[in-house]
Design a protein around this ligand. Structure first.
Ligand code: CUO
Length: 666
């Protein structure tokens, strides 16, 4: 929050701006201010004077308030600021506008809108954003960390500073059962992925950047996979599947005490005690006035639309929810964004769920408290209630999916292609045993914090990781040379009581591990693939990119870091498993590429985490419904996974063993 005339980096810089750009409270100081800070500056960055658009309502969000993408008013002003940044004619004007806005606009709002603009403007594609964790570490780390970091920086000279260790279990004790999966909910990389996803798919702003290819379907699928993965972690920790938040008037049993302090808002994120209930909201400051009854009406209209297979658009026309595109329409409607087919009628269900839960401690603002962590896409995944809400949202999507035609054997099979075997091999482990462990990694916090003297201060946090592994897949092809899409998933082999699954239930727990195109020769083929090539994940270094360290040699080859921040963190590819080894089903399928293919050039930067994030400025690179082949109810007569298989599929029993070791990243 320091004044914008300082630009922080390796060296301090000062923006040489017209004095009327200074925020009102500093204007009387005028040039004195530049002279004062200019002396320390290593560089002066000239700022062009332009005629500035009015910021209007954008300024109604105070500088020291928190900001939430789930609140309609915040979304609306974010849309306006994104429009302003997108509308600047060139980089000089954009810089000028950004400098002007930065000291006037709420910092979170500013950062979000500028990030969306830098991500989508054609002339800023070679600019990189600092990691959001470095800009706002307070949204990711225990608030105790920061005083320790300052203390270390003040006393210990650069070069001799020791990393500040963040304990893995700072939010609760083991008296709380739900705390067993806190390592997942509070994982910094996971929360960064989620923030990035919502940055790539903004709710408001110019229609062309909101209305991305299959956006609504990806909202459904990415969050469905979050749920599948969370349930997998729960099975690894003797917890049952999440129960969906179906009764909005019943107490929420899960408590959560986040222990995060917002540095900007100078407030702690409010906690939620056990058994709180949702209440009607009337918070003038946030322009939120909403009843639970309104949510229930939206829900009923959405369910009625699914049951009838028809929705009503804004002009009152009936629009059919089709077999392939219906899910996309429903995603946009439930999420909802400005491309909802009829927001007035179907409302804003998913976002308001976040809002209602986030305000249950202070529904009428009498205590002047802000929202809890679930009210902010950066921190929402920390809260157990997030998963209860998204389990409910997913349940609605499944209502539609269950009503669609089931895949026939012909639709699933790839004639003449037989997967004869598949296996996984992790380094130093028995065949078909995946291994997980705790890993300690260090991240430099100096960019997001002010302290003197400057220089790096690292925090050391502990997260789940797994031993890298390879897949070996043998395929027999009786046809000529052709192509296939290899789809790899994994799910627990038994339900929470240790009983065999019904396919109908197990299919919801399959998590995608990879998807890639294979060339098949006639006869025997052996496909090998490394776990770190996954189409789901991005490497650790990209999740926690330290710009100086990771900048590719030669500025021209700069990767498009902004979009590239979206992707499931590689270190969470595999669920934790258990010390004795959690039994799982590894599923491999080769589908006919002729039916999967989307004709386009995908040789663009950041095309490597497309399963959950898509590819920038491209169509989603797989023509099948997302989640295929597990996205539909099974055909008649199929009640187990084995019965579901066609010859181009194969299931291999594997185990995931948690070794209990703690290792340091080298
Ligand atoms: Cu990502 Cu509810 O959408 O958090």
């Amino acid at each position: 929050t320091e004044p914008c005339f300082m630009a922080k980096g390796e060296k301090n810089s000062v923006f040489d701006m017209p004095t009327d750009y200074l925020p009102p409270q500093y204007q009387h100081l005028g040039v004195q201010l530049f002279n004062r800070f200019g002396e320390e500056a290593g560089e002066r960055i000239p700022v062009k004077k332009i005629s500035l658009p009015s910021l209007g309502k954008i300024l109604n969000l105070p500088r020291h308030a928190n900001f939430s993408l789930f609140l309609p008013f915040h979304r609306q002003i974010a849309g306006q600021l994104i429009d302003i940044f997108m509308g600047m004619r060139n980089i000089d004007e954009l810089q000028s506008m950004a400098v002007y806005a930065r000291d006037r606009v709420n910092p979170y709002l500013f950062n979000y809108c500028l990030s969306v603009a830098l991500l989508h403007r054609p002339d800023t594609q070679d600019l990189d954003l600092p990691s959001f964790m470095q800009s706002f570490p307070d949204k990711f780390l225990d608030s105790k960390t920061f005083s320790k970091v300052r203390e270390e920086a003040t006393i210990v000279p650069t070069g001799s500073r020791l990393p500040i260790e963040i304990p893995i279990d700072f939010t609760a004790s083991n008296l709380e059962e739900e705390h067993r999966v806190a390592y997942f909910r509070e994982d910094v990389g996971l929360n960064l992925h989620h923030w990035h996803w919502h940055l790539v798919y903004p709710f408001n702003g110019p229609r062309e950047i909101v209305n991305k290819n299959r956006r609504g379907e990806l909202f459904y699928y990415m969050h469905q996979q979050i749920m599948a993965r969370y349930n997998f972690e729960r099975f690894s920790n003797s917890l049952k599947r999440v129960t969906r938040l179906v009764d909005w008037r019943a107490p929420i049993t899960e408590a959560y005490f986040p222990k995060l302090d917002s540095m900007v808002a100078s407030r702690s994120y409010p906690a939620r005690v056990a058994n709180q209930t949702l209440k009607d909201l009337n918070r003038e400051q946030d322009q939120v006035k909403a009843d639970i009854g309104t949510m229930e009406r939206w829900r009923d209209r959405i369910i009625a639309a699914i049951n009838s297979g028809v929705i009503q658009d804004e002009r009152g026309n009936n629009v059919t929810l089709t077999e392939f595109e219906g899910i996309d329409v429903l995603g946009n409607m439930i999420e909802s964004s400005i491309i909802s087919p009829n927001r007035a009628f179907y409302g804003d269900l998913h976002n308001y769920g976040h809002v209602f839960i986030s305000y249950c401690h202070d529904p009428d603002h009498r205590h002047l408290e802000s929202f809890g962590v679930i009210g902010d896409s950066t921190t929402a995944m920390r809260d157990p209630a997030f998963y209860r809400w998204h389990a409910y949202i997913d349940y609605i999507f499944q209502q539609l999916k269950d009503s669609l035609p089931r895949y026939t054997v012909n639709q699933l099979n790839y004639d003449g292609v037989t997967v004869t075997s598949c296996s996984v091999q992790a380094q130093g482990a028995p065949q078909n045993e995946l291994q997980t462990f705790w890993q300690q990694s260090d991240v430099d916090l100096s960019r997001g914090m002010d302290f003197q003297p400057r220089g790096s201060v690292f925090v050391r946090f502990t997260h789940l990781n797994h031993r890298a592994f390879n897949y070996t897949i043998n395929v027999n092809n009786t046809g000529g040379a052709r192509q296939g899409t290899c789809r790899i998933f994994i799910a627990p082999a038994a339900d929470e009581r240790g009983n065999p699954w019904l396919f109908q239930d197990q299919k919801g727990l399959f998590v995608e591990l990879d998807r890639f195109v294979v060339n098949l020769r006639q006869g025997q083929n052996t496909i090998t693939r490394r776990s770190d090539q996954s189409s789901v994940t991005i490497p650790f270094e990209r999740t926690f990119r330290n710009l100086e360290a990771n900048r590719p040699a030669g500025g021209d080859a700069l990767e498009q870091f902004n979009f590239c921040g979206c992707g499931w963190p590689q270190h969470l590819l595999i669920a934790k498993g258990t010390p004795e080894g959690l039994r799982c089903h590894l599923f491999v399928m080769i589908s006919n590429y002729a039916d999967d293919r989307v004709v386009q050039d995908t040789q663009v930067p950041c095309n490597d985490a497309s399963s959950y994030c898509g590819i920038k400025d491209r169509l989603y690179p797989d023509r099948r419904s997302m989640g295929y082949p597990f996205d539909r109810a099974p055909r008649d007569g199929v009640s187990t996974l084995q019965q579901f298989l066609t010859s181009n599929m194969r299931v291999q029993p594997v185990t995931i063993r948690f070794t209990g070791r703690t290792e340091r990243r080298q």
